[in-house]
Design a protein around this ligand. Structure first.
Ligand code: GLU
Length: 471
């Protein structure tokens, strides 16, 4: 048996982390088994489905690297299949036409409500208004008593009372299938062997089981995974902030970090936290999917992202930062300099955007000094020291970090100063602020000419002591 899983999003918005986790589990399960992963767009809700959402979902999946082997199939392209199978159910007596209008049902619902009941559909209503030209829905004839069992790989046998399931609609008046019917027809005709989805769908599964049985189809293996909760232990929703995959992409997250993070929501492998995709594929099985709900921890996804930023090849990170820099109007190329900068800045960045935000001074024509930093460190008192350093650095024929170190050591010794006393003013002169990678690394990246130029500019803005005393 070839394992075939599917991801079946309803295109009513962008891909959220919950949906992405479902997609990842199905993808990993299929890849682990050397099987196939199918993408199916469940767009039968015509008022809420949009083309834009389909695009967003497929873009997000491509960004995550969740490649599909078949599809995307669209349910709206398959109406004839649902209609044909619904008619087969009519012929076999498992389903019947129902002519009750929505208005009549609404009346009955109100009536039931006024008595404190919920509406339960009665089969004899079906014939109301029956006439060859009247519109009708098709309902499945469901058992009046007994139980319906759902075999779930994570939860074992889950039993539902048949009376809870009344004769539900499988095909609507407009010829569109209902969700439960379309899912079963698709999963069966697409030969899906394993259905892994959120446990919010467990409530639908007894209905689906009845459709499978009516059609004598084999039921795929089902696994209903617990929902993802926010830090407040409530079901994760927009209230908890940006939860769409694209929002993470826009914030400068790497797909590797998101895949790693989401795979671990509900699945584990010992205490291991960092997993490459290959490792995930190798290790993912349903045996290690837990029953309890997983909590979405914002700090952890951030931590994972900074780990990946530090550990992915710097050339790759530089390539990803490049377009962000271009957007900022920086005329930058993917060269040795950018890679060196990325190596340094990745040590302190949580996202690609952090790197892009910190990088500006490396490429600035002119340094803009942070006012506080300049007032504190570019002072008349420091002037002779900066001048001294500048003179010595300009005499270096080989501008390398060892030689720079030596110069700083000499100046520190001769003037009996600590490194910070010298390094901070130099840092402000070179970067405009007080936070940057190591000062020698910064100088190495900027190169001799630029370092001397920036030091001289700083020297020229330092107020002369006598002048400042007079005023
Ligand atoms: N279309 C459903 C959803 O987006 C998924 C249905 C299923 O996985 O069976 O929630």
């Amino acid at each position: 048996m070839t394992v075939r899983t599917r991801f079946a999003p309803s295109p009513t918005g962008s891909l959220h982390v919950g949906g992405a986790r479902t997609a990842i589990f199905n993808w990993l399960f299929a890849r682990h088994a050397g099987g196939q992963f199918i993408l199916r767009i469940e767009d039968t809700d015509r008022t809420r489905s949009t083309e834009e959402s389909i695009q967003e979902i497929t873009d997000a999946m491509e960004w995550l690297g969740l490649d599909w082997d078949e599809g995307p199939f669209r349910q709206s392209d398959r109406l004839d299949i649902y209609q044909k199978i619904a008619n087969e159910l009519l012929e076999s007596g498992h389903a019947y036409k129902c002519y009750v209008t929505s208005e009549e049902l609404e009346e009955k619902r109100k009536e039931a409500q006024s008595k404190g009941d919920v509406l339960r559909y009665k089969r004899e209503w079906a014939k109301l208004n029956e006439a060859p030209d009247e519109p009708y829905v098709i309902r499945l004839q469901t058992p009046d008593e007994g139980t319906i069992e759902v075999q779930d790989s994570l939860r074992g046998t889950v039993t539902f009372d048949a009376v809870e399931v009344d004769d539900f609609v499988i095909l609507k008046r407009d010829g569109f299938p209902t969700y439960n019917f379309a899912v079963v027809v698709d999963d069966a005709t697409m030969n899906i062997t394993h259905v892994i989805r959120g446990d919010d769908h467990l409530i639908n599964t007894p209905r689906q089981v009845l459709i499978y049985n009516a059609l004598s189809y084999d039921i795929p293996k089902m696994a209903h995974v617990s929902m993802i909760l926010g830090a407040d232990n409530k079901r994760l929703s927009k209230r908890h902030g940006a939860t769409s995959v694209v929002a993470y992409k826009d914030k400068g997250y790497l797909p590797e970090a998101i895949i790693n993070f989401l795979s671990r929501l509900g699945w584990s492998h010992g205490d291991q936290e960092i997993f490459t995709k290959t490792e995930l594929i190798e290790k993912f099985t349903l045996d290690n999917v837990g029953k309890s709900a997983a909590v979405f921890n914002e700090e952890k996804v951030e931590w994972l992202n900074s780990w990946y930023i530090k550990n992915e090849p710097p050339e790759k990170i530089a390539g990803l930062v490049l377009p962000l820099l271009k957007e900022k109007g920086l005329d930058v190329e993917l060269d040795e300099k950018l890679i060196k900068i990325v190596i340094e800045l990745s040590q302190r960045a949580k996202t690609l955007n952090d790197i892009a935000d910190m990088i500006g001074y490396f490429y600035a024509e002119e340094i803009k000094y942070d006012e506080k930093a300049a007032n504190k460190f570019l002072t008349p008192e420091i002037l002779p020291i900066l001048q001294d350093i500048t003179d010595r650095l300009s005499q270096l024929s080989d501008f390398n970090m060892d030689e720079m170190h030596k110069i700083f050591d000499q100046v520190m010794e001769e003037r009996e100063l600590k490194l910070g006393k010298i390094a901070q003013p130099v840092r402000v002169a070179l970067t405009g602020g007080t936070v940057s990678p190591g000062i020698f690394e910064v100088m190495d990246i900027l190169g001799k000419d630029e370092v001397i130029k920036r030091l001289n500019s700083a020297i020229s803005v330092i107020p002369d002591e006598e002048v400042s005393n007079e005023t």
